[in-house]
Design a binder for this molecule. Structure first.
Ligand code: AMP
Length: 221
């Protein structure tokens, strides 16, 4: 399924924190040469750069809560406008609420594009908690997991040797809030996209390569 005319496809990765959207999204983007747009990454970059948006977002992120919809929608719209329309896009961590999904439809429609597949990655809650609590990232953005995908040297990035970071919002209390927020505000998107016939369910429980193969099949590329 492609967008109208020659516009690039738009795929949304949906799923709970820790289900592997980031890991899978990066790989999918690289293999298909599509843009991988993670709103979490955009917000962390804004925070690192010390922009007003980043500083505003920090208080929500540290608490495990969602940044307000209008802030996120403006950020994504700006990002999309700067991208060639024929390039495929993978959204990761966006939309996260029904109003964000409706706003995305409007932004895309204005550019003659639309969401054409939503891949729901699913895994049991105990797997999610282990994945999130074991997650460590390099300053350059490479993600490891001390349980499933550890670095060769404890606490250090394989590529750069820099010390790995444990994200503040990956600590247990915040993780519980993030999972609750997912169930309350993001899970309704499953019904939203299913009703449009766009939803594909992907088993996110296996190893990275296995999940990736299922995801590729669901994306249909
Ligand atoms: P992530 O890296 O996707 O887990 O996002 C980290 C944090 O950034 C979330 O817990 C939210 O505070 C914020 N965030 C990321 N994407 C969104 C979004 N689409 N809507 C609201 N807040 C978001």
């Amino acid at each position: 399924m492609s967008g109208a005319n020659d516009e690039g496809r738009v795929v949304v990765l949906l799923g709970s924190p820790g289900v592997g959207k980031g890991t899978q999204g990066v790989r999918l983007g690289r293999d298909l040469d599509w843009a991988h747009v993670s709103t979490g990454d955009l917000l962390r970059a804004a925070l690192k750069a010390g922009t007003p948006l980043g500083l505003e977002a920090k208080k929500y992120m540290d608490a495990g809560e969602l940044v307000p919809d209008d802030v996120i929608v403006d950020l994504v719209a700006e990002h999309l406008a700067a991208m060639p329309a024929e390039r495929g896009v993978i959204f990761d961590g966006f939309p996260r609420t029904v109003p964000q999904a409706e706003a995305l439809d409007d932004v895309l429609a204005a550019a003659g594009r639309r969401v054409d597949r939503v891949c729901l990655l699913e895994a049991p809650e105990e797997v999610l908690v282990k994945r999130i609590s074991g997650r460590r990232s390099s300053p350059g953005g490479r993600v490891y997991n001390i349980h499933f995908d550890p670095p060769k040297r404890d606490g250090l990035c394989d590529d750069t040797g820099e010390p790995l970071i444990h994200r503040a919002d990956d600590h247990p209390d915040t993780v519980r809030t993030r999972l609750a927020v997912y169930h309350e505000l993001t899970a309704p998107l499953v019904g939203f996209y299913d009703a449009k016939g766009l939803l594909a369910r992907v088993n996110g429980e296996g190893g990275i390569h296995e999940v990736y193969a299922s995801l590729r099949a669901a994306v249909g590329e």
